[in-house]
Design a protein around this ligand. Structure first.
Ligand code: SF4
Ligand code: SF4
Length: 286
């Protein structure tokens, strides 16, 4: 019997693991990876506090808070995975090998949305929502931003009633012929420098209604648009991400292009503008 086993074993085709299966395979490494979307300063601090080798640390660079993970110090003890499992997960792929010492260190921005807005704007961001023809699906998601679950106000983003108090226009739906002029007027009423974000497939391209005789076109057929948030409808998370990205891109562009005047205008105008009253007076409304 033993001879049969040996014979079968020797006769079996050898099974080599393909090189491709080895590259980046992190099975058994016990190295942690970070889920950036779940990262919070409190969770990161919790993990840094229990990390025995200080592989995890919170550090401030150029005024921004970061989580630093130094794989060169990590011993794979798994403590971070235990205390903050929503943030730290076992790495599925590990490609930071044969790297320079500096490449073994990864960083994630921990700046929260509120701090982000205040860094960019100097104060809260005021948004005027405009619906020139949507099905109200996008509005349902935008309304969700202010419910207790998302509670956008805590990040320093406010919806205002009058375009005169707004920094940004959030426009949903295709622009219908009846509303085209109102869209232009609203755009004119927003003080410079202003931002416009087209929301939803309809706002971006006309969506389902693109070929309707009652529609002029997407938002950018009527007014200039700074950024687009796709989706039918976009989720609240997509909306927040898009709004922030437009803000960052606009101010970043001003700085990168050396247009210091525009960057400082964006910031100083935002700082100077008075906070909108909860109920604007009739003459403030348009
Ligand atoms: S696995 Fe252990 S050593 Fe590595 S980062 Fe997490 S807590 Fe620190
Ligand atoms: S993008 Fe979709 S949800 Fe939004 S207005 Fe158009 S059809 Fe409605």
């Amino acid at each position: 019997m033993i001879l049969d086993v040996l014979k079968n074993s020797l006769g079996a085709a050898s099974q080599l693991i393909p090189v491709e299966a080895l590259l980046g395979n992190s099975q058994g490494s016990r190295m942690p990876d970070v889920r950036p979307t779940m990262l919070t300063a409190s969770g990161a601090q919790l993990a840094a506090d229990v990390c025995p080798t200080a592989a995890l640390a919170l550090e401030r660079q150029e005024g921004r808070l970061h989580l630093k993970l130094d794989y060169g110090k990590c011993i794979g003890c798994g403590r971070c995975l235990q205390v903050a499992p929503e943030i730290f997960v076992p790495a599925k792929q590990f490609t930071w090998t044969g790297a320079s010492r500096e490449e073994l260190i990864r960083r994630w921005d921990l700046q929260d949305v509120r701090a982000e807005i205040h860094t960019l704007m100097g104060r809260a961001l005021n948004i005027r929502q405009l619906d020139p023809g949507s099905c109200n699906g996008c509005e349902a998601e935008i309304s969700a931003l202010t419910n207790p679950y998302y509670d956008l106000e805590r990040f320093g983003i406010h919806f205002v009633a009058s375009p005169k108090h707004a920094d940004m226009l959030l426009v949903t739906g295709p622009v219908t012929r009846n509303m085209a002029e109102a869209v232009r007027n609203t755009y004119e009423a927003v003080p410079e420098p202003k931002l416009v974000v087209a929301v939803g497939a309809c706002g971006v391209s006309g969506g389902l209604f693109a070929r309707s005789h009652a529609v002029v076109g997407p938002v950018d057929a009527v007014i200039p648009v700074d950024g687009y948030i796709p989706g039918c409808p976009p989720t609240p998370a997509m909306l927040v991400t898009g709004i922030l990205r437009v803000l960052k891109t606009r101010i970043g562009q001003s700085r990168a292009s050396g247009d210091a005047a525009l960057a400082s205008e964006v910031l100083s105008t935002a700082l100077r503008r008075p906070v909108a009253p909860l109920i604007p007076s009739p003459e403030q409304q348009t």
